[in-house]
Structures are given as structure tokens and as C-alpha cells.
Design a protein around this ligand. Structure first.
Ligand SMILES: Nc1ncnc2c1ncn2[C@@H]1O[C@H](COP(=O)(O)OP(=O)(O)OP(=O)(O)O)[C@@H](O)[C@H]1O
Ligand SMILES: [Mg+2]
Length: 375
């Protein structure tokens, strides 16, 4: 309950690599905007690059497209090394955040532009433009100019233009950034459905973790020019490999503590904030006295007014409640200045009075729901 919504797995994804990056680095002066990145994207995947502003997402995309050259490392697309290959010779296309539509051209002309440059014949061009406009649901608006379109429609023109050349990989840099929240949600689904139908590999840049979660087959989480973790949305959410990833993806309680002992896949830890001993199921290699972080997601914690006698049990005071309709988030102070977030579904209208501000409650979670993080 209350976890993120994940995309159903796309049956079209193949095991074969369509894009490979090997130790790719790009510096501006002494600053490495992209720092020693390895990556393998599979044919047919919707793959997201997710990370904070300035972490190097656009730079990485521009190198794949050929607008920027790596200082070192190799980029291989469909088995071919891209060193020295011009952008227009690469089997990729990029949709820019700003859409960059020509304001004086009609929708159809905007979409046809790249094909015309390529020297495609008039009749073939017309067919292609009709095809992609119908694909993105814009056939009826072919004769409009960009300023006669809504934001979402403009986004679809940019998408149609990106797809018109039938690239093997479509690169999308924050394609939904200009849309308001509601339209953004709808467009996310449209984009995923479209990608499912045409099977083209999409690489999507976003700094919105929810967007990456709901849309992607796999996500690469980036930080400071490096890739921190690559995995399915579920893997990076449930099994983050560091505090940085845990904190960036979704809400996380990060409980620091000292290792008391470890045996047979179970680690005993004393929490720094409360002095409470807890246990976590983990194969992490730890030694007595190591300082580690245990991550527990808010929806994995149960709350009750009575002690349950579980192995993992904290006690604290409800300081804050955020009522979100289908669920509520409780902020519970378990030690001076140390709060834990608990998410609870608002399922029943029970006789029992609901937990409220200043209530003292017990918090428990299963040892398997605490992830031990070493970094
Ligand atoms: N041409 C350039 N010259 C110098 N520094 C640059 C140049 N282009 C990018 N940078 C720097 O490289 C870093 C990465 O930039 P990039 O545009 O790739 O980030 P981003 O992850 O796309 O961020 P955002 O989410 O804000 O778009 C930033 O610190 C940026 O200032
Ligand atoms: Mg960017």
C-alpha cells in the first residue's frame, strides 16, 4: 500500500544492448560534468536518467546525440562506435525541453522539416508526416501554427518531429517539464502507450522521481556526474544502494546506528537517536562497531497505541499529520529532535478514535523491511 505506482513491464524490451557507454567523461575546465559513466540500454526500453539539477543529465544526452564529444570513453550505438560520427548521421533524435518549434511553420511543416533536410521526396514525406501526426493524435491540427496550440499539443508536435525520421533511439530531455501537473500526468501515460506501440527505445531525462517511477522500465539515478544506481523502479525504491539514492527516491527514514553483531543474514544494530536495539535482515558485510544506516520506508511502519512486543519497536509522540485523503503521513518524534515518518492508508471508518496530534504511539516494522546501507 501507499508505495509508488510502477509501470507494468514492457514485453517488447529485448536483452540486446542498443546503446552502450564505456567510461564516458566530459569536462568543462577541471569540472567533470559527466564522470566515468558506464551504461547499457536495451533495445525497446524506456530508460530514464534521473537526478538533481546540474548532475549532468543533459550533457550525457547531448553526447549520445553527438552535439557534444566525450573527453574520454566510448559511445556505441547499435554496435557502431560513434566517435567522429556527426549528429545527423546518428540513428538517434533528440526532443528538447523547449520543443524548439518553428513559429512561422504549420504543424505539418514543423514535423516535415528534418525529412526535407534529408532530401526525402515530397510524397514520401507527406506519408511519413501523416503517419506520425496520427500516431500522436494531431492529424486534425496539421495546419495550425504553434501559437494556436496548447502546451500539451506543442509537446506532441515536438514528439512527432522527433519520431518522423524513425530513429532507433529517441532522446527526450525533460519532455513534460513545461506542462502543468494534471496534463503532465496524462501525457506521461500517452507517452508510455506510444512507446509500447512503436517499440522505439526512449531515453528520458527527468528530475521528477515520480515521473521516472511510473514511466520507466529502468532508471539510472545520477548524482554529481556519476551514476549512483541502475535498476527497475521497484529495485531502486526497495533496494537503494546508498543513502543518497534512498533519500532521492521517495520518502525514507534513515536511521543511523552502530552494529552490535551479525549472524546468518540478520544484523543487530543500536540506533544512535534512541539507543534502541533493532534487527534488520541483510547480507551486508559489517563488523561489530561499524556505523550503518537503516532505511525504512514510511509505508512499511505500523503504528499502534499498545506495545506489540516486536523486535523493532520505537515509541514516540505524534507531532504532525498530513491528511492526503486516501492516506495520512504521521510525523512521530521518537527522540529529541528525531522524527520518523509513517504512512497509513485511511481505509476504515472504525469505532476506534483515529490517532491524532500529541498521541503517544508505538511504531514497528518487519526486520526484512529495514535496508542496511553502508554508504
Ligand atoms: N558548456 C558548458 N560550460 C561549462 N559548464 C557547463 C556547460 N554545460 C553544462 N555545464 C555544467 O555541467 C553541469 C551539468 O550540466 P547539465 O546541463 O548536464 O545538468 P542537468 O543534469 O541537465 O541539469 P538540469 O536538470 O538543471 O537541466 C552543470 O554544473 C553545468 O553548469
Ligand atoms: Mg538539463
Amino acid at each position: 500500500m501507499n508505495g509508488p505506482a510502477f509501470r507494468r513491464s514492457n514485453g517488447a524490451v529485448q536483452t540486446e544492448t542498443i546503446l552502450g557507454l564505456e567510461r564516458v567523461t566530459r569536462r568543462f575546465g577541471d569540472f567533470a560534468a559527466v564522470d566515468d559513466v558506464d551504461l547499457a540500454v536495451r533495445r525497446g526500453e524506456l530508460f530514464s536518467l534521473l537526478g538533481e539539477s546540474g548532475c549532468g543529465k543533459t550533457t550525457l544526452l547531448r553526447m549520445i546525440a553527438g552535439f557534444e564529444s566525450p573527453d574520454s570513453g566510448r559511445i556505441i550505438i547499435d554496435g557502431r562506435d560513434m566517435a567522429g560520427v556527426q549528429p545527423y548521421e546518428r540513428p538517434v533524435n533528440m526532443v528538447f525541453q523547449s520543443y524548439a518549434l518553428f513559429p512561422h511553420m504549420r504543424v505539418a511543416q514543423n514535423v516535415a522539416y528534418g525529412l526535407k533536410q534529408e532530401g526525402m521526396s515530397r510524397s514520401e514525406r507527406d506519408d511519413r508526416v501523416n503517419d506520425v501526426l496520427s500516431l500522436v493524435g494531431l492529424s486534425a491540427l496539421a495546419n495550425r501554427k504553434p501559437d494556436q496550440l496548447s502546451g500539451g499539443q506543442r509537446q506532441r508536435v515536438a514528439l512527432a518531429r522527433g519520431l518522423a525520421k524513425r530513429p532507433k533511439i529517441l532522446l527526450l530531455d525533460e519532455p513534460l517539464g513545461a506542462l502543468d501537473r494534471k496534463l503532465r500526468k496524462r501525457t506521461q501515460f500517452e507517452l508510455v502507450n506510444l512507446q509500447d506501440r512503436i517499440g522505439t527505445t526512449f531515453i528520458l531525462v527527468t528530475h521528477d522521481q515520480e515521473e521516472a517511477m511510473t514511466m520507466s522500465d529502468r532508471i539510472a539515478v545520477m548524482g554529481a556526474g556519476q551514476i549512483l544506481q541502475i535498476g527497475t523502479p521497484r529495485a531502486v525504491y526497495e533496494y537503494p544502494n546508498s543513502r543518497l539514492v534512498a533519500d532521492f527516491i521517495g520518502a525514507a527514514n534513515l536511521l543511523e546506528g552502530e552494529v552490535l553483531g551479525a549472524e546468518a543474514g540478520t544484523i543487530r544494530i543500536r540506533l544512535n537517536a534512541t539507543g534502541t536495539p533493532i534487527v534488520a535482515m541483510s547480507d551486508a558485510r559489517v563488523a561489530h562497531g561499524d556505523v550503518v544506516t537503516v532505511m525504512v520506508r514510511p509505508e512499511k511502519i505500523q503504528s499502534s497505541r499498545e506495545p506489540v512486543g516486536d523486535q523493532n519497536e520505537l515509541f514516540g509522540k505524534v507531532l504532525d499529520i498530513a491528511y492526503l485523503g486516501d492516506m495520512s503521513i504521521y510525523h512521530v518524534e521518537v527522540a529529541d529532535g528525531f522524527r520518523i515518518q509513517v504512512a497509513a492508508a485511511n481505509r476504515h471508518h472504525t469505532d476506534e478514535p483515529p490517532i491524532t496530534w500529541d498521541d503517544m504511539i508505538y511504531l514497528t516494522w518487519h526486520p526484512g523491511d529495514g535496508m542496511v546501507l553502508m554508504a
